[in-house]
Design a protein around this ligand. Sequence first.
Ligand SMILES: Cc1ncc(COP(=O)(O)O)c(C=O)c1O
Length: 378
Amino acid sequence: MTPVQTKALPAIWGFARSMIGRYRHEITTPALLLDLPVVRLNIERMAERMNGHARLRPHAKSHKCAQLARLQIAAGAIGLTAATVWEAAALAEAGVEDILIANEVVHDNKIFELTRTASRARVTVAVDDLNNARTLSDAATKANTRIGVLIDVDIGLRRCGVRSEGAACELALRVGRLLHLELRGVMGYEGHCALEPDRPLRERKTSEAMLKLAGAASAIRSAGLPVEVISAGGTGTYDLTGSYPGITEIQAGSYVFMDAARQDLVPEFALGLTVLSTVVSRQDDTLVVDAGKKTIGVDFALPRLVGVEAKTRYVSEEHTVFDVAPSCALVVGQPVEIVPGYCPTTINLHDVYHVIEDGKVVEIWPVFARGPGGGGPT
Ligand SMILES: Cc1ncc(COP(=O)(O)O)c(C=O)c1O
């Protein structure tokens, strides 16, 4: 497959590609490893699980990778979800034809990029503010393109989104009248439920959140407006949200890789992403590796060492420090793999994936729209 980038490939690209055909332990550490058979299985499993439920529109913020987006489309995804216009632009460049930006797009340069992307793919964006919608409408009119809109509803996370059914309905009525915008429905993100470890409580909280989203959708329908899309869902709630009556699309994305934050919550998906590192110090019960917060995302959970009994003591910039038993055989210089605490913020720290099959690097895949995206490194 050809690499897809919105900007010139970073210098690391040539070096990384020289690793193709090498064994995993030969890769310079720290490095991002993608276990291809596991990732393929996760993609297939999600497609199977969603069969007969809401359609899947996986979130690309978790992987930022053209090749993975294409695998998801091949497995039946109806399109991709993005968090930023830069991700959406990269997805359009990768050939994805239907993209939801499940986020507000505010800023002239970003709105310009949005109109450019909307002229090459079907693009839908979240809106929770009338002035923002008017700006989008003006920009779409000027660019002679059409932008789809979902009214973003706060369903308990208290992040973006209008706060009531009435406000959703009012905004929908006004958006419905704006030129070059197409009101397509509603979205909400139940992020306050997705990491709840107690499954019955997660079920209850998710169902309360979906009741709010469904309520906003029916209020808009009662006002005579179309609601073709009701979109929600994360990896921790995909099955609950995906089978809730009326939900049409699921935005889960991290199921592709999993991580320490979600591993125990959704055990039906396997770990497909690790950070390869090297032991740089071993003193008694203290084991130190050459990967820290600059290469491992630690949001929501501490990273874990793969296949070794160890307790994560702390993570600093360039190091992770583990407590190990005296019997632990690891010594300085040995490679180890680390399961990131949170996969989306891990991949954003890396230029490329080392794609692994049968213990060897079979491909190098770029990570697109990293950092601030438009002004970022790739
Ligand atoms: C708007 C939105 N949708 C969906 C998700 C779910 O993603 P994940 O698969 O990482 O749970 C997120 C996660 O942050 C999100 O912000």
